[in-house]
Design a protein around this ligand. Structure first.
Ligand code: GH3
Ligand code: MG
Ligand code: MG
Ligand code: MG
Length: 312
C-alpha cells in the first residue's frame, strides 16, 4: 500500500515539476465572434494543456499579437466587425517574416473562400461545424510544423541577429573557454524603454524600423567575437567573451549614447529611443537560467532607476 502511495506521490511531483518549469506551454490565439464556440474551444484546448487566448473582437486580438507571440492563430472567416481574411492579412503584416501558422475556420465551403484563405497565406482551412477530434489533430500538426521550423532557425528575420535558440550552446562554449583560459566574460540584457509608446504613437512599422536600426548600431559597436541575440520582442542579449563587467558596462553605455544620438523620422515627426540594461560578469561556472535571472534583476534595477542606464 505504501509503495502504491509513493508511486502516486512521485507522479504527482513529476506533474508539478512539469507545469512550472522548462516545458513551455504552447499558446493558441482564437478569434471568433461566436462566443459559444469560442468558449467551448478554449475549454477543450486548455484541457489538453494548451494555453489559450480567446478573442471575440479581432481588433483586440491584433493589438495583443506582439505581446502574446502565439504559436498558432485560429481565425473565423465570417465575423460581424471585420472579415476574417482581412484579419489574416493584418496578421501576416504583423508577423513580418516570422512564422506563425494560421488556421481559418468557416461555415462557407465555397471554393472562393477556400482559395482566398490559402492565397492569403492560411496554413489550413477547416469547415464548420467540425469534429473536435479532427480539429485538434489538424491544430496539432500545425504546432508540430512550427516547432520544427523554430528549431531550424537560428537567426531572427527582422534584425538578422541570433535568436534565443542559439543562446544555450553559445553560453556553454563561453563557459568552457572561461574555465580553460581562466578569463571572465560578461552577459547583458537590453530592453528598449517605453517601446509600447513608440508603437502606439508612430505605428508598428516604425517600431520595427527602430528594432532593425538598433540591431545595426549594436553590430557596429561590438567586436566581431561578441554575440548579439534578439532575446524577446524588444529585448536583446549580448555575450562578450573575455570581457570583465566594468568594460562590458562601458561598451553598453557607448551603445546607449549612440542609440540616443540617432534621430528616427516618422512622417513629419522625429523621435529618439533609449534602452535600459543589466550586466553581469561571469568568472565561475554557473547555470544559464540562474545567470539570466540575475541579469534580469539588474535590468529591473536599471528600469526602476529611471531607465536609459546600465546596471552592473
Ligand atoms: P519599459 O520601458 O518598461 O520596457 O516599457 P515598454 O513599453 O518597452 O515595455 P513592454 O514590455 O510593456 O512593451 C514592449 C512592447 O514591445 C510591446 C510590444 O508591442 C512591442 N514589441 C514587441 N515585439 C515587437 C516587434 O517585433 N515589433 C514592434 N514594432 N513592436 C514589438
Ligand atoms: Mg462568425
Ligand atoms: Mg520588454
Ligand atoms: Mg521595453
Amino acid at each position: 500500500l505504501s509503495a502504491l502511495y509513493n508511486e502516486e506521490l512521485k507522479s504527482e511531483n513529476l506533474q508539478v515539476a512539469e507545469t512550472n518549469s522548462d516545458v513551455e506551454q504552447e499558446l493558441i490565439m482564437l478569434i471568433d465572434d461566436d462566443t459559444t464556440l469560442l468558449m467551448f474551444l478554449k475549454d477543450e484546448l486548455e484541457k489538453d494543456g494548451y494555453s489559450v487566448m480567446a478573442y471575440a473582437d479581432p481588433e483586440r486580438a491584433l493589438a495583443s499579437f506582439y505581446d502574446l507571440n502565439p504559436d498558432c492563430v485560429v481565425i473565423d472567416v465570417h465575423m460581424k466587425s471585420q472579415h476574417g481574411l482581412q484579419v489574416l492579412n493584418s496578421l501576416k503584416e504583423l508577423m513580418q517574416k516570422s512564422y506563425v501558422p494560421t488556421i481559418m475556420i468557416s461555415v462557407d465551403s465555397s471554393k472562393e473562400t477556400r482559395v482566398q484563405s490559402y492565397s492569403g497565406g492560411a496554413d489550413d482551412f477547416i469547415l464548420k461545424p467540425f469534429d473536435l477530434e479532427e480539429f485538434k489533430i489538424r491544430l496539432g500538426n500545425q504546432l508540430q510544423k512550427k516547432r520544427s521550423i523554430d528549431e531550424l532557425v537560428l537567426v531572427d528575420e527582422l534584425t538578422r541577429l541570433y535568436n534565443r535558440r542559439f543562446l544555450a550552446g553559445a553560453f556553454e562554449r563561453l563557459m568552457n573557454q572561461m574555465s580553460r583560459e581562466n578569463v571572465a566574460f560578461s552577459i547583458a540584457i537590453l530592453d528598449l524603454d517605453h517601446f509600447k509608446n513608440i508603437n502606439d504613437t508612430y505605428g508598428h512599422p516604425a517600431g520595427d524600423k527602430v528594432l532593425m536600426e538598433f540591431a545595426n548600431i549594436m553590430r557596429q559597436q561590438m567586436r566581431p567575437s561578441d554575440l548579439v541575440f534578439r532575446y524577446g520582442g524588444e529585448e536583446f542579449l549580448i555575450l562578450l567573451p573575455k570581457t570583465d563587467g566594468k568594460t562590458a558596462k562601458q561598451v553598453l553605455e557607448r551603445i546607449l549614447s549612440e542609440l540616443h544620438r540617432t534621430e528616427f523620422i516618422s512622417e513629419d515627426s522625429a523621435f529618439r529611443v533609449s534602452f535600459s540594461a543589466g550586466v553581469m560578469e561571469i568568472r565561475e561556472s554557473n547555470d544559464l537560467q540562474i545567470v539570466l535571472d540575475l541579469v534580469d534583476g539588474a535590468l529591473y534595477e536599471a528600469k526602476a532607476a529611471g531607465r536609459k542606464n546600465v546596471k552592473l
